[in-house]
Design a protein around this ligand. Structure first.
Ligand code: HEM
Length: 538
């Protein structure tokens, strides 16, 4: 016989569950402005309906089923998804008076994962201060030339590595690109070189060359650091899509979350360590000696005797030195966004160029016309307009950010509904960038829809809609602060590589291997790189 204490406990649990479900559906059926959308389940929301689909493909299905405006529910968070330009008119305004200054509501998963950078910042005054420091680091007059030089130097290093690999060697391009972009952003953030590219080469070389054995520890450390960034970025979705209960009690999810937290701690410790060491270096530098200008130094010296910043904040409560935790928030954003976004985008472009030989041929023709000497200059990049068009068209087909989120701080009217402050919206650009009413033959891959369209009689829809329906770097006050840097890296690498090398996809029949969550990442891209027979004009 079952003891009565167990029966009582079971009954109590059952009553709790029933009450929870009633309360859940009471709130659901009495919610303000009910919109069409998939029917949610308690605890799960709509997560179970994704059924293995990538996030962008699932949302696209929902868009086809429910129209331009619908709602989804993830981990108890209601999000209104918008798929048409008339619905987003107020969301990308460049004035600080915008009703949409934030990207996300501060959700409990973000607190547990300790997302605390500029990108997830919801305190407008503080965000503005940090954003000024970012802009200062990324937009100073000498920045472009300095970074161009670093990109050039690193490309030469990577090229030497590629040339030293065995002939016909196949590379996983995303691994190389992640290291390339990490090394650049690490140098911009800390002023120091971390040799991520060369260590990756040595890691591969270790398999057939014992010469690097003595450096094994350093090689592994470097590789682990890059891997931890990738794991960290890909892990965000677990804290966004699953509520606390699922993260801590559901088998498999619980184990994954544990390993993500362990990885986060490893990465965070590394970054805190970098901050601490630089703080000591600065403290030991006499006041009359100049300090280098990098993001970390500008944060550490803000409002102290050694201040290198031209930006001075006017708010009295911000006229104080920054704590390590505050500096850390900026560093983690810079390093994660700076590593993954450009690297993924680069691989998507290589995939598309691999499948569209005529586009590749035209790109090479442009390179032949624009590049006058062996050396690529910063000005050359500006002239590569067909290259810009290729980047845009690849992004339209395969955006790194398929949606951009917004939260309003004042009530707003959208599609005739009054939305109270604090409503969470997701602008689903993946759908907007494929709509037949904004794009001519939207499924077709054709960079010409972005190339000198003002001069031609074709692409009339694009002429009318491209500004409102296409964005790579977002818009309004939260637009990507590193867009210039990102374009510089992409265009420099495309020009340098396609001018001198043939990049062949190892498997032309394979679809692009990607993961789509909050951002879209390339899982793997195996390519064969062979030098081309080129002669330069001098
Ligand atoms: C191809 C590369 C890149 C793409 C496509 C991209 C795209 C974006 C987008 C769409 C946003 C959101 C904008 C909005 O809400 O309107 C954003 C924000 C941001 N990006 Fe980028 N990005 C790229 C490269 C980078 C790099 C290299 C960095 C490194 C510093 C970076 C740092 C940031 C930061 C810190 C934010 C948050 C800004 C804020 O909240 O004020 N991004 N980016």
């Amino acid at each position: 016989m079952i003891p009565s204490i167990i029966i009582n406990a079971f009954s109590l649990l059952l009553v709790h569950i029933i009450l929870y479900v009633i309360r859940y559906y009471y709130h659901y059926f009495t919610r303000q402005n009910p919109l069409p959308g998939p029917f949610p389940l308690p605890i799960l929301g709509n997560i179970h309906q994704k059924r293995g689909l990538e996030y962008n493909d699932w949302l696209m299905l929902m868009h086809k089923k429910y129209g331009d405006i619908f709602e989804i529910n993830m981990a108890g968070k209601r999000t209104i998804v918008l798929c048409s330009i008339d619905l987003i008119e107020n969301m990308n305004i460049t004035s600080e008076k915008t009703k949409y200054p934030f990207r996300n509501i501060q959700f409990e998963g973000a607190i547990e994962y300790k997302l605390q950078g500029l990108a997830s910042n919801n305190n407008q005054k503080y965000w503005k201060y940090k954003r000024q420091l970012y802009t200062q680091a990324l937009m100073s007059p000498s920045f472009n030339n300095q970074v161009f030089e670093w990109i050039n130097e690193l490309w030469n290093e990577m090229e030497t590595c590629w040339n030293s690999l065995e002939e016909d060697c196949e590379l996983d391009l995303i691994k190389w690109m992640n290291r390339f972009t990490n090394e650049i952003i690490f140098r911009i953030s800390t002023g120091k070189k971390n040799d991520a590219v060369i260590f990756h080469y040595k890691k591969i070389a270790l398999e057939y060359n014992a010469f690097y054995e003595k450096e094994r520890e350093k090689i592994e450390e470097s590789e682990n650091f890059i891997q931890s960034i990738d794991t960290f970025v890909k892990g965000i979705i677990y804290f966004y899509d699953f509520n606390k209960f699922m993260r801590h009690y559901v088998p498999f999810i619980r184990e994954k979350v544990k390993s993500l937290l362990k990885n986060r701690d490893y990465l965070y410790d590394k970054i805190y360590d970098i901050i601490k060491k630089r703080r000591i270096e600065i403290e030991n530098t006499p006041l009359d000696q100049p300090l280098r200008h990098d993001l970390l130094t500008s944060h550490i010296t803000a409002n102290v005797a050694h201040d290198i910043n031209s930006v001075k904040h006017v708010d009295a409560d911000l006229l104080r030195p920054m704590a390590d935790t505050e500096i850390f928030g900026s560093m983690i954003d810079f390093i994660t966004a700076g590593t993954s976004n450009v690297a993924n985008m680069f691989c998507f472009i290589v995939y598309y160029l691999g499948h569209y030989p005529m586009v590749k041929q035209r790109f090479r023709k442009e390179l032949n016309t624009v590049l006058k000497t062996k050396f690529i200059t910063y000005n050359d990049l500006d002239k590569l307009q067909y290259c810009d068009a290729i980047i845009n068209e690849v992004y339209r087909h395969c955006p790194v950010f398929s949606s951009i989120n917004r939260v309003n701080v004042e009530k707003d009217v959208i599609r005739g509904f009054d939305w109270p402050e604090g409503t969470s919206f997701s602008i689903f650009y993946y759908a907007i960038m494929r709509r037949k009413d904004y794009w001519t033959d939207p499924e077709k891959f054709d960079p010409d829809r972005f190339y000198k369209i003002e001069e031609k009689g074709k692409y009339l829809l694009e002429k009318q809609y491209v500004k409102k329906s296409f964005t790579m770097f977002g818009g309004g006050i939260r637009t990507c602060p590193a867009r210039k840097l990102a374009m510089m890296e992409l265009k420099y690498l495309l020009a340098s590589i396609y001018r001198k090398y043939d990049l062949e996809l190892a498997d032309m029949d394979s679809l692009l291997k990607y993961n789509s969550t909050l951002i879209t990442t390339c899982k793997e891209l195996i390519v064969k790189i062979t030098p081309r027979d080129v002669s330069y004009k001098y």
